[in-house]
Design a protein around this ligand. Structure first.
Ligand code: MSP
Length: 513
């Protein structure tokens, strides 16, 4: 069967905090992937949004003398505005207060009640109000009855709740992990989840009665659906999957749910079990990235190393939005270890990759075409020129970028695309066009060299456009590159035509540290 659609999701973000580097990161890497897949001709659905119910929102609204809905409206709008700064191309923005979401969550919960997967029972355990997360006695003891996130004491909780029969899915989940080893990535995170899974699953409470800001359990209005269950359903309510005539149904199952490591359990265990209970297909992969720390330490307001919006905005002001996207995509914590956001490293990466490599190469090649051929692209010549076959390099690197993107290995994809540019530099150093320009007998070679360099840069720019859309658009305009079209065609050798005008470009200005 042809894999016709591609769906990628970010977590939906809480509206009671301000967006920061972490949110910008997850959303940006999803954006890069979504843009690449679209360029590759896929039918893509890229979803992000906000998580707006729960006790915390209710409390902060009360403190501010507002209704929870008014606070959620305000913050969701602010969140959307801010995320716009990063140049995102999401196809939908879901809010858990959308009436269509609320209605569908009730439909799904009703189906779970009807099938016996959700039942009324009594909960005795511990609650972390900061995280809105429940712990069993054993887990609470392990973390010394303190929140592993905030360090604040857990609260004892005894109440009648609706429960999801998670324990019934133990074997099916183990079989899933077994049969679909790529379901949770990277491998180290999969092993972590598998370890916890094998400790044995207990049923989880999915409703609360001590506040009202949430979706009521159908037929039991005193019970509000636990915010995490409400939130997880966003991935399918955004596609109207509860409705039999859902026009967006073709976008399910998701190709990738991208999440931070701290919320993996919900996505890697509870979510697939809920889907199994509802007899809905499972996503192909839940990818959990690690965390950004900053200047060597955990981000904290008091340490002054918090990468908040103001800091991100100042990076954009100095280096440009594409530079930030490049840094996040190439140096982020996609593996099992945390990554350190440092201004020194940011500056060095910008200077090495963008100023000295891509920017310099494009400027060098366009300057020579202007100097020797008045800005009109010369034609290629027959035969080989030196030891580097740029056409072959482009072919190989295009294949590597595609494979790496498919596997969500953004770092490898970026470095393969940049490898083309490095090879162009090596080719120029080896073939020395500036010397050939002095010898009229070498005209054909000079023409061929410059054609091949420009053509390789064009192909690299098509591959890099998902990461740095603004800059690559500028190049497209300056060199009048053929726009759009499926990536596979765009990366085919021979797109540039002899005689077309190649303007001199300066894409990445040198920046002060
Ligand atoms: N609302 C829940 C998610 C529900 S999804 C069904 C939530 N929201 S959140 O606002 O706290 O966002 C958490 C996400 O922000 C993380 O999973 C991660 O994507 C991102 N990050 C927050 N801090 C981060 C870092 N320091 N580093 C990288 N990303 C992190 O949890």
């Amino acid at each position: 069967m042809v894999d016709a659609t591609r769906t990628i999701t970010t977590p939906i973000y809480y509206v009671n905090g301000r967006p920061h580097l972490g949110h910008a990161y997850t959303t940006t890497i999803c954006d890069v992937w979504a843009r690449f897949q679209r360029a590759a001709g896929q039918d893509v659905f890229f979803l992000t949004g906000t998580d707006e119910h729960g006790q915390k929102v209710e409390e902060s609204a009360r403190e501010q003398g507002m209704t929870p809905k008014a606070l959620a409206d305000l913050n969701a709008a602010e969140f959307q505005r801010i995320m716009g700064l990063f140049g995102l191309s999401n196809d939908a923005f879901i809010r858990t207060t959308d009436p269509a979401h609320e209605r569908q969550v009730q439909t799904f919960v009703q189906r779970l009640i009807d099938s016996g997967d959700v039942y009324l029972g009594t909960f005795e355990g511990w609650y972390d109000p900061g995280q809105e997360e429940y712990y069993t006695q054993t887990k609470a003891r392990e973390c010394d009855f303190k929140s592993p996130i905030s360090g604040r004491p857990l609260e004892k909780a005894t109440e009648e709740n609706f429960y999801f029969r998670l324990s019934a899915y133990q074997e099916r989940l183990e079989a899933l992990y077994d049969q679909q080893p790529g379901f949770v990535r990277p491998e180290a995170r999969r092993n972590e989840m598998l370890g916890r899974l094998r400790e044995g699953l207990q049923d989880v409470p999915i409703s609360r009665t001590n506040f009202t800001w949430g979706i009521p359990v159908p037929g039991h209005e005193a019970h509000v659906i636990y915010v995490w269950i409400d939130a997880l359903f966003n991935y399918i309510t955004a596609l109207d999957l509860a409705d039999s005539d859902a026009t967006q149904a073709k976008y399910w199952p998701a190709t990738y749910h991208i999440v931070g490591k701290e919320i993996l359990w919900f996505h890697a265990v509870i979510w697939p079990a809920l889907l199994m209970a509802l007899k809905i297909d499972l996503p192909s992969c839940v990818y959990a990235h690690s965390f950004w720390i900053s200047e060597g330490q955990k981000m904290s307001k008091s340490l002054g190393n918090f990468v908040d919006l103001e800091r991100l905005q100042s990076c954009i002001d100095t280096y440009g939005r594409d530079a930030l996207r490049w840094y996040l995509a190439t140096n982020g914590p996609l593996g099992a270890t945390d990554a350190d956001f440092t201004m020194d490293q940011f500056h060095d990466v910008y200077t090495t990759d963008l100023v000295n490599t891509f920017g310099n190469c494009a400027s060098r090649v366009s300057a020579m075409i202007n100097k020797y051929f008045d800005g009109a692209l010369p034609e290629d010549c027959p035969g080989s020129l030196g030891s580097i076959d740029l056409q072959r390099v482009c072919l190989e690197q295009t294949a590597s970028v595609t494979t790496a993107m498919e596997a969500f290995d953004l770092g490898a994809a970026c470095s393969s695309a940049m490898q083309i540019v490095r090879k162009v530099d090596a080719f120029i150093n080896e073939t020395e066009p500036f010397k050939k320009a002095k010898d009229p007998d070498q005209l054909a070679s000079l023409q061929g060299i410059l054609y091949r360099c420009a053509e390789s840069i064009r192909i690299a720019s098509a591959l890099l456009e998902p990461v740095m859309p603004e800059t690559m658009q500028r190049l497209t305009q300056a060199w009048q590159l053929p726009e759009g079209g499926p990536l596979e065609k765009a990366c085919r050798w021979g797109g540039l035509k002899a005689g077309q005008s190649i303007e001199k470009v300066a894409l990445f200005p040198r920046a002060e540290r």
